[in-house]
Design a protein around this ligand. Structure first.
Ligand code: ZN
Length: 555
């Protein structure tokens, strides 16, 4: 998801436009609903997603596409984007009150905007497009139909992804602050566990507790040695069976001491990868469990945690009573109580002497099988230990390990490969089953060989991309919105670098057909062609390998 853009050319007009209305972001605007059905959520603000915080809310559209989407207020269309990934078809509206509203995964725009998008796609012969119209081009009034809901981009099922951003900083805000949303269900706490910090600053789990639905159990954590401890929690906010993030979390003691507090109101897109520092990333990678850290790691500098309170529990011979309170945006809350009994124990020290350990605030390099990796300062959130001599590989394969898959990268790392390669090699990410994940990095020539940036540590292989994308099969399917209209689906694939362009030409003219990368299909709408038309397909991958398929036979 690319969401932040600097726009210089729109600023002068925008200032003029804001100037003539001359009011700021102080009064809460009277925004309407983007849909004409009751708002039910499938996802909420700051929900934990792979490598990012969810920047808006996901509004259910009854499992259907094609619902009218309304502008929540007066303003103008400030940005329109079409992409086979991310938000798919998305529209941004700037409001004079100092906000931008965002409507994503759309199936289509209203007719004037659709015609405008179509003309741009045709003139550039590209499905991907992005424009920043000025205030005069598409002005809107509150309640205007601006688009129709859909399932475009990386959306897994039909819904409206909706955001409200601060117009100036472009920071996403909690949209529930602006909408009428009814929710009477309190959030749920499923598990709590107690953790300690070892001599290498690594947090280790001591024991955990499970809570049944009624929270009646007297929950006691026994056998805790004297010292400093922290907590982690698993749970969700509940609404219409979706699993979502809490609005606030508080941990406090019976003496009124707050050990942890955080509230999720806004964040900056530059910090969204810090989500991997809020969750216990190593548990997520190794056990597929999503534990929230109720303590702030030293390298977590995200503004979401700007007002965060984070203190250890000091365990002594006295029994401490700890309360864990979670709330949702509608102030429904759940609190559980846990007793911690301290006991003096002789700890056995862990052996970590053969490892080199680095702390988050320094930059450092470490080796892997074909070269080395440079981690920038603040590129990790805590401590990272590695061996100088063991280069992990999977036997009988070309797969090798770069770093530690259970340590998140908060900033990109630079990988330098000291090996002679052809210039069509890519560094390809692999999962723990040694399968390609689809994430590949192009290698650039560098002083010592080749280099590229990576977003995560883990298993990789070097692969040559010399094969162009292929047309796998031709299918037909009824249109999700227009009844009885049959569309033609072209299923395509690419081995290494991925499909960059999938262009359809009907009688030698480019037609901007729907390109859905999550399903690897190009959709030729039934209304686009006649049986006698000549249809060609041009496929190009990110390496530049191209495949032109002439006279495709469609039934
Ligand atoms: Zn969403």
């Amino acid at each position: 998801m690319k969401a932040r853009h600097t726009r210089i050319y729109g600023l002068i007009l925008l200032n003029f436009w804001l100037g003539i209305r001359s009011y700021g972001q102080n009064t809460k605007p009277d925004f309407g609903s983007p849909v004409n059905i009751p708002i039910l959520l499938a996802g909420n603000f700051c929900e934990i997603r792979p490598n990012h915080f969810h920047s808006g809310i996901d509004i259910r559209t009854n499992g259907k596409e094609g619902l009218p989407i309304f502008s929540i207020g007066n303003g103008y269309v400030s940005r329109i984007k079409v992409s086979p990934t991310g938000f798919g078809r998305v529209i941004y509206i700037n409001h004079p009150e100092g906000y931008t509203s965002v409507y994503a995964h759309l199936s289509s725009f209203n007719s004037p905007i659709d015609a405008y998008v179509d003309s741009i796609q045709k003139s550039t012969e590209s499905y991907d497009m992005e424009v920043f119209p000025d205030a005069k081009q598409f002005p809107v009034t509150k309640g205007d139909t601006i688009a129709f809901s859909g399932n475009s981009g990386s959306s897994a099922s039909p819904h409206l992804h909706f955001e409200i951003r601060d117009l100036k900083s472009e920071e996403p805000l909690n949209p529930l602050a602006f909408l009428n949303y009814v929710d009477n269900k309190p959030p749920t706490i499923k598990n709590i566990r107690i953790v300690y910090k070892n001599d290498k600053n690594i947090y280790k789990v001591l024991s955990d507790l499970y809570f049944s639905d009624d929270y009646d159990d007297l929950s006691v954590i026994q056998g805790v040695d004297y010292g400093e401890y922290f907590f982690e929690l698993m749970g969700t906010d509940n609404s219409e069976d979706a699993l979502m993030n809490f609005y606030s979390i508080t941990v406090y003691t019976n003496s009124g001491d707050t050990l942890f507090f955080n509230q999720f109101d806004r964040f900056n897109f530059d910090e969204t990868r810090m989500v991997n520092s809020f969750i216990n990333y190593s548990t997520l990678v190794n056990d597929k469990e999503e534990w929230l850290r109720l303590y702030k790691l030293p390298g977590n500098s995200s503004s979401i945690f700007k007002n965060c309170i984070s203190k250890p529990l000091i365990v002594s011979e006295e029994t401490d009573t700890i309360f864990f309170k979670v709330t949702d945006y509608n102030a429904n809350s759940t609190t559980v109580k846990v007793f911690v009994h301290g006991t003096e124990i002789n700890k056995t020290e862990e052996k970590t002497d053969d490892l080199v350990c680095r702390f988050y605030n320094e930059s450092f390099s470490f080796p892997f099988k074909y070269g080395f990796v440079n981690i920038p300062a603040n590129g990790i959130d805590n401590s990272f230990c590695y061996s100088l001599t063991d280069y992990d590989t999977i036997p009988d394969t070309t797969t090798f390990l770069i770093g530690d898959p259970s340590v998140p990268l908060l900033k990109n790392a630079v990988v330098v490969i000291q090996k002679k390669l052809n210039n069509n090699f890519w560094l390809c990410e692999r999962n723990n089953k040694n399968e390609l994940t689809g994430t590949s990095y192009k290698l650039d020539s560098a002083k010592y060989g080749y280099q590229t940036i990576i977003k995560k540590m883990g298993w990789y292989s070097l692969e040559q991309d010399s094969v162009a994308p292929q047309l796998i099969k031709i299918l037909s399917e009824y249109d999700p919105i227009i009844p009885k209209q049959k569309n033609t689906l072209l299923k395509i694939s690419d081995d290494i670098s991925g499909v960059k362009k999938a262009n359809v030409f009907i009688n030698n003219k480019f037609v901007p057909c729907e390109f859905d990368l999550k399903n690897s299909i190009v959709i030729i709408k039934g209304i686009c062609f006649n049986k006698t038309d000549n249809i060609d397909l041009l496929l190009i991958d990110y390496q530049g390998n191209s495949n032109k398929l002439a006279h495709i036979k469609i039934n």
